[in-house]
Design a protein around this ligand. Structure first.
Ligand SMILES: *[C@@H]1O[C@H](CO)[C@@H](O)[C@H](O)[C@H]1NC(C)=O
Ligand SMILES: *[C@@H]1O[C@H](CO)[C@@H](O)[C@H](O)[C@H]1NC(C)=O
Length: 423
């Protein structure tokens, strides 16, 4: 087996060099072979890790060329172990792109099944908050153990604020993965019957590689499934968006607004979503960001064009880490200007690395999206360009409870029980 894989691997490498017309095929094959090599390695963990990295590299290369192919995200999900959150993100994404990978639904169950069997009082390699979050999605995706949903959701939401506070900058990545996974749940992971997915799903041509199951035998979803997903999304927003002025939640807010901006331009889809979106909180969060803006930034935020960083070389854009995560999703297709991902000088690590200039760009992007949403319809979010303030339509103008103080604030804890006694 080993010999075969090595032989095939070097043959593919040769084909890649000599027959570039089929480059996409060779690259994906190299990814497959490296993945098989990883899978049969059960002695040396280091080798396993090495082959995982090699395989992931080929699939990312392939995915760069075909960002709307779900199959490649599915393979990346397998390679994302042991991070349950990353796996969930990739599996969900593989179903919400232009060419969804329907066959991948069964693999998603290999992530979900063991996780639904666990409970947070047991020792687990998955951190409790991730466990609870994946359980929420596991119940919604599989419809197994429906009773578990409210417990898992309460557990996740109860840990969330504290977790963001502690992770600080390290929440930028889980933040956008969580945000996108929740959007995928709202569109029903591409299941037949989800009313939002029905209006936004890509039209398939007859030669689609794997046709969806016929309407009557499909696992169809009901309005209750949508209500569950909306509840999870709304409650997550409610915790995250109360962290006014926290720059570490902006990757989450950014991916959320990309979704909302897309839906606002879909009159058949937005009525399903809008009533459970906390518009008022979003407006307050946006105003907090505006208060930190310089006057000369207004035209970029309020303009109709995607705010490209001025100082940046047109030919070598540097997308935000969450831009790569959004790329390929049905609702992000029109979000980026052409050529946005064309900078091939960025290697894999650089893409995901948060650099200092990202914070300012992200803030601009979020405000720009807020203005786009307000410009499409005044039914939800509104923007007054005279005073540079966001507001909401009267329907959504609720009282937001006085800013809650997170119980984790050390000032509230008084004496720490395990603090060393003063000498
Ligand atoms: C979680 O596991 C513990 C120990 O295995 C068990 O006693 C408890 O009943 C479990 N809780 C749930 C909700 O399954
Ligand atoms: C959204 O969540 C908040 C906080 O839990 C709640 O007050 C509000 O009623 C929810 N909105 C909807 C439409 O469910």
């Amino acid at each position: 087996m080993l010999t075969f894989i090595y032989m095939a691997y070097s043959m593919m490498g040769l084909l890649l060099e000599t027959v570039p017309v089929f480059e996409d095929t060779w690259i994906e094959c190299l990814g497959d072979l490296a993945r098989y090599r990883m899978a049969i390695e059960d002695e040396c963990l280091r080798d396993r890790e090495t082959w995982t990295v090699v395989s992931r590299g080929w699939y990312k290369k392939a995915s760069d060329k075909q960002p709307s192919v779900g199959r490649l995200y599915h393979h990346l999900a397998i390679l994302a172990r042991p991070s349950a959150i990353r796996q969930l993100f990739y599996y969900s994404k593989s179903l919400c792109v232009e060419i969804p990978f329907e066959a991948g639904r069964d693999s998603m169950m290999t992530l979900i099944n063991p996780i639904l069997e666990q409970n947070s009082s047991q020792a687990s390699t998955v951190p409790p908050i991730d466990l609870a979050f994946v359980q929420c999605h596991g119940v919604m995706f599989s419809r197994k153990k429906p009773d578990m949903l409210s417990t898992a959701m309460a557990e996740f939401l109860g840990l969330l604020d504290n977790c963001i506070g502690r992770a600080a900058r390290d929440w930028l990545e889980p933040g956008h993965l969580i945000g996108i996974a929740n959007c995928c749940a709202v569109v029903g992971y591409g299941f037949v019957g989800n009313p939002i997915w029905t209006t936004i799903k890509p039209q398939r041509d007859a030669d689609a590689e794997d046709p969806p199951p016929a309407e009557d035998e499909a696992d169809t979803r009901t309005s209750q499934d949508l209500a569950n997903a909306l509840q999870l999304a709304n409650k997550t927003h409610d915790v995250v968006l109360r962290r006014f002025g926290d720059p570490n939640v902006l990757s989450y807010f950014h991916v959320t607004l990309v979704f909302m901006n897309y839906l606002t331009s879909r009159p058949e889809a937005i009525p399903h979503m809008a009533p459970s979106f906390p518009w008022k909180l979003a407006a307050l969060m946006l105003n907090t960001l505006l208060s930190e803006c310089r006057t000369e930034q207004y035209p970029r935020i309020e303009g109709k064009v995607f705010p490209r960083p001025e100082e940046e070389d047109e030919l070598q854009p540097r997308p935000l880490p969450e831009d790569w995560a959004l790329r390929g999703l049905v609702w992000a297709a029109d979000n980026f200007p052409s050529g946005w991902f064309s900078n091939d000088k960025l290697d894999e690590d650089e893409r995901h690395f948060e650099i200092a200039s990202h914070a300012g760009k992200r803030k601009e992007r979020v405000l720009y999206l807020g203005c786009q949403i307000a410009a499409k319809s005044s039914e939800y979010l509104r923007y007054d360009s005279q005073v540079h303030q966001f507001n909401v339509s009267p329907q959504y103008d609720i009282d937001v409870n006085p800013m809650h103080i997170s119980p984790a604030d050390s000032s509230d804890l008084g004496e720490l029980p395990d603090a060393p006694a003063a000498a």
